[in-house]
Design a protein around this ligand. Sequence first.
Ligand code: CA
Length: 234
Amino acid sequence: MTRILVVEDEPDLQRVLDYNLRQGGHEVSVTRLGLEGIKLAREQRPDLVLLDLMLPDMPGTEVCKQLKEHPATRGTPVIMLTAKGEEIDRVVGFELGADDYVVKPFSVRELLLRIQAILRRGRPEDDELEPMVEFGRLKIDRGAHRIWVEGVEIELTALEFKLLVTLYDRRNRVQTRSALLDDVWGIQADITTRTVDTHVKRLREKLEAARDYVETVRGVGYRFVATPEEAATA
Ligand code: CA
């Protein structure tokens, strides 16, 4: 399930987007205000933001800039919704870090395809093409199932390794305990969400200097940080 945040002040377009995105199997949050959009994006960590350029309280470009500056939302793709004649040049230049843009009036079908394309880019499958991963103090060799922290190899069980890679592949996105249970342990598992906590705790202990890369999101689950620097300042 992916969550999409829609920041758009035209009621008709809000409704059309909300309806069609839900039909497409996405969870949707909608706001008409830029400031509220920034707040929701930080709280909800959506997989993608649709952002109107002209909002009542602040320009969409400023919203985009703030999203791309904040560690919690820096990695979140943004598609700008622009009207003809608006500051398209700046958006097209992707000067603000927007990932794509569409010009109103647009076909909803086309927008959905663009959304799919961007969501696919961020998928773990893409990462798997690169078996060696370096992330701050952490190095992962997916093929060999080995990891190193500050150059020292760490022994992980197969399950811990899978847990780590699952979290890593979804960095910057909160993973609920039940999602982790499904994806790491599988459906046959006769265990409770408590088990997830126990394993994450053990994994973090083993990660030592890289332990802060795995964050607890109180009452929700766990999240692998977006960048090593984010953990360093935490
Ligand atoms: Ca508008």
